[in-house]
Design a protein around this ligand. Structure first.
Ligand code: ATP
Ligand code: MG
Ligand code: MG
Length: 549
C-alpha cells in the first residue's frame, strides 16, 4: 500500500524510536464515562490505536472516572462496545479510580515536600484570589500552614470530617505565575458522593490535573495525547510528575474535531437525550458512534473518515458531507440492491395476463461486485411505481413516465403509458400501460431506446415495511456558535417516517448486519425497532449529496 505521509505526532514518535528514547510506545484512549462516544472521540480512538498499529507498543482503554456525580456504568459498557465496534482492541481495561489510593499517597508526598496545602477558602474566595492574566493573584491565608497541620487536615478530609466545598488541597506553586493554571491549582476536593466503582469509600476526589498525568505515569504511557484545550495544563502535568518523581509521561495535543450541522459535546448531547429531542443516545440522527451505527454507518467508513481528516494543530469544523461521502463509498461496494416504492401509484399492464400469474426476473444483488449473486423478483400485471415518477404534463427532459412516453422498469421490461385513470377528486389512481414483451432486460430485441429506468414492485408480492428518513439534526452549520440556545437551531424535519412502503419480497431476508441500497432512494439498514410484524429501515445516507443548503 501507498505510504501516507506521517502526521506530526507520528513524526515525533518516529524520532523518539530512532533516537532510542523509547523502544516501544504506550498510548491510551481516556474517556470519561459520562456519556456515549461521538464522532470526535472516533478521531482520538483512531489516532491512539492507530499509532500502536503503526509502531511497536500497545494502547490501553482507561476510564477517566474521577468525577463521581456524572459517571455511570451504562456509559462504561457503551464505550467498550463502541471502541470494539470501530475495530480496535485495547491491551488493558483500566480505571483511574483504581488508583485512588496511589493518588492519595501522591498528594501526601506533595504535602510532605511542602508543595501542597489544605485551604479552607471557599471556591468563590479561591477564584477571587486568582488574579487575572495581567494581574498576579493573592496568596491564600492558609498557604503557610505547617506540613503537620496539612497532613492532619488532609487525613481528616479523607475521613469525612468536613462537608463538601469546605476545604481543598492545593498545590503550592506561584500565585503570580504567568500561567493561571499554575497559581496554586486545586488538587483535591471534598465530595460526599457515591462512585460507580469505589462506592462510598472516598469522599475526596482528585481533580483532573491530579489524576490524569498520574494515571498516565502509573501506566508508563509514553505519549499521552489530548486535545488542544489542555495545552495550558501541560506545565502542571510536567510539574506534578517532576515533583512526585514518577515515570515521565509526556503530553501532546491535537485539535478537537467538530462536525458541521451537529454538536459534539457530551453535555449537549445529554440534553438532547434528556429533553427528548431524540429517542436516545443511539438515535440515528445523533453524532454518537452508537447513533451512526444504528443509522447504518460501517466501522470502515468512520475509520476512513478519520484517516481522511487526519489530525490538526488548530481547531476546525469538518463538513459532515465528508462523513457521508465516506459511508456512501463503502456502502456502494457492499450494499445489496433492492427496490422499494415509498409513495406508490399503481401501473396496470393491460396486455399482461389478468389471471394472477407472474413471472420471475433476475437482478444483481450488487453490480459493483464482479461475482455478484442475483435475486428473483416477481413481475406481474399490477405494479407499483413511485408517484413522483409520473407526470401528466411533463417538462422537457422528463425521462420518467408520462402519457405516451416509455420507460424501462429496472431488470424487467419497457412500458408505455396509454391512459391515466383518476378518481372523482382528480387524483390519479392507476396508470394503464402496455409492456413490450421483446424488451426484457438482457434479452432485449425491441430496438427501443429509453432514457429513464424506474424502480418498481409487483403489487401482489410486495411486502410492506416502515422506512425512516433522517435529515440533519440542526439547521445551521455550527449550532454551538449561534446566538441563544443551541437547541433553538434544531431542524424540526429531521425525521420523516413512511409507515408503509412497498418492497420487493427479497427484502424479507435482510439481516441486521446487511446493508441495502434501495434503488434511487439511498442506503438503508434494518433498525432495532423491527418486529415480527414489521420490518423497519433507517436511511443511512442519500445516494448523492442532495441536501438543500
Ligand atoms: P466532551 O466535551 O464531549 O465531554 P471530553 O474531551 O470531555 O469531550 P473525554 O471523555 O474526556 O471527553 O474524551 C476522551 C478522549 O477523546 C480525550 O482524549 C479527548 O481529548 C478526546 N476527544 C473528545 N472529544 C474530541 C473531539 N471532538 N475531537 C477529538 N478528540 C476528542
Ligand atoms: Mg475529558
Ligand atoms: Mg467532558
Amino acid at each position: 500500500p501507498e505510504e501516507k505521509s506521517l502526521n506530526f505526532i507520528e513524526e515525533i514518535i518516529e524520532e523518539d524510536l530512532k533516537s532510542g528514547r523509547y523502544k516501544s510506545i504506550i498510548t491510551r484512549f481516556p474517556p470519561e464515562p459520562n456519556g456515549y462516544l461521538h464522532i470526535g472521540h472516533a478521531s482520538s480512538i483512531c489516532l491512539n490505536f492507530g499509532l500502536t498499529k503503526k509502531f511497536p507498543g500497545y494502547t490501553n482503554l482507561r476510564f477517566d472516572d474521577t468525577n463521581p456525580t456524572t459517571e455511570e456504568t451504562e456509559y462504561v459498557e457503551s464505550i467498550k462496545d463502541d471502541v470494539r465496534w470501530l475495530g480496535f482492541e485495547w491491551k488493558n481495561e483500566l480505571y483511574a479510580s483504581d488508583y485512588f489510593d496511589q493518588m492519595y499517597a501522591f498528594a501526601v508526598k506533595l504535602i510532605e515536600k511542602g508543595l501542597a496545602y489544605v485551604d479552607d477558602s471557599t471556591s468563590d474566595q479561591i477564584a477571587a484570589m486568582k488574579g487575572s492574566p495581567t494581574e498576579p493573584g493573592k496568596d491564600s491565608p492558609f498557604r503557610t500552614r505547617s506540613v503537620e497541620e496539612n497532613l492532619d487536615l488532609f487525613t481528616r478530609m479523607k475521613n469525612g470530617e468536613f462537608p463538601d466545598g469546605s476545604r481543598t488541597l492545593r498545590a503550592k506553586i506561584d500565585m503570580a505565575h504567568v500561567n493561571m493554571l499554575m497559581r496554586d491549582p486545586v488538587l483535591y476536593r471534598i465530595k460526599h458522593a457515591h462512585h460507580h466503582r469505589t462506592g462510598d469509600k472516598w469522599c475526596i476526589y482528585p481533580m483532573y490535573d491530579m489524576a490524569h498525568g498520574q494515571s498516565d505515569s502509573i501506566e508508563n504511557v509514553t505519549h499521552s495525547i489530548c486535545t488542544l484545550e489542555f495545552v495550558p495544563h501541560r506545565e502542571l502535568y510536567d510539574w506534578l510528575i517532576e515533583k512526585l518523581e514518577i515515570y515521565p509521561s509526556h503530553q501532546y495535543e491535537f485539535a478537537r474535531r467538530n462536525l458541521s450541522y451537529t454538536v459534539t459535546s457530551k453535555r449537549k448531547l445529554l440534553q438532547l437525550v434528556n429533553e427528548k429531542y431524540v429517542s436516545g443516545w443511539d438515535d440515528p440522527r445523533m453524532p454518537t458512534i452508537s447513533g451512526l451505527r444504528r443509522a447504518g454507518y460501517t466501522p470502515e467508513s468512520i475509520r476512513e473518515f478519520c484517516t481522511r481528516i487526519g489530525i490538526a494543530k488548530r481547531d476546525n469544523m469538518i463538513d459532515v458531507s465528508l462523513l457521508e461521502f465516506c459511508v456512501r463509498e463503502h456502502l456502494n461496494k457492499i450494499a445489496l440492491r433492492r427496490m422499494v416504492v415509498f409513495d406508490p401509484v399503481k401501473v396496470v399492464l393491460t396486455n399482461y395476463p389478468a389471471d394472477g400469474s407472474f413471472e420471475i426476473v433476475k437482478s444483481e444483488d450488487n453490480p459493483e461486485d464482479p461475482n455478484t449473486t442475483h435475486r428473483e423478483i416477481p413481475f406481474s400485471r399490477e405494479l407499483y411505481i413511485e408517484r413522483e415518477d409520473f407526470m401528466e404534463n411533463p417538462p422537457k427532459k422528463f425521462f420518467r413516465l408520462a402519457p405516451g412516453q416509455m420507460v424501462r422498469l429496472k431488470s424487467a421490461y419497457i412500458i408505455k403509458c396509454d391512459e391515466v385513470v383518476k378518481d372523482s377528486n382528480g387524483k390519479i389512481t392507476e396508470l394503464h400501460c402496455t409492456y413490450i414483451p421483446e424488451s426484457k432486460s438482457n434479452a432485449d430485441t425491441s430496438g427501443i431506446h429509453v432514457k429513464g429506468t424506474l424502480h418498481w414492485v409487483s403489487v401482489a408480492q410486495a411486502i410492506s415495511v416502515e422506512v425512516r428518513l433522517y435529515d440533519r439534526l440542526f439547521k445551521v452549520e455550527n449550532p454551538s456558535s449561534e446566538e441563544g440556545d443551541f437547541k433553538d437551531y434544531i431542524n424540526p424535519n429531521s425525521l420523516q417516517t413512511i409507515t408503509t412502503a412497498y418492497a420487493e419480497p427479497a427484502l424479507r431476508n435482510i439481516r441486521f448486519a446487511d446493508r441495502c441500497q434501495f434503488l434511487r432512494k439511498g442506503y438503508f439498514c434494518l433498525d432495532k425497532d423491527t418486529s415480527e410484524e414489521k420490518m423497519v429501515f433507517n436511511r443511512t445516507v442519500t445516494l448523492k449529496d442532495t441536501w438543500a443548503k
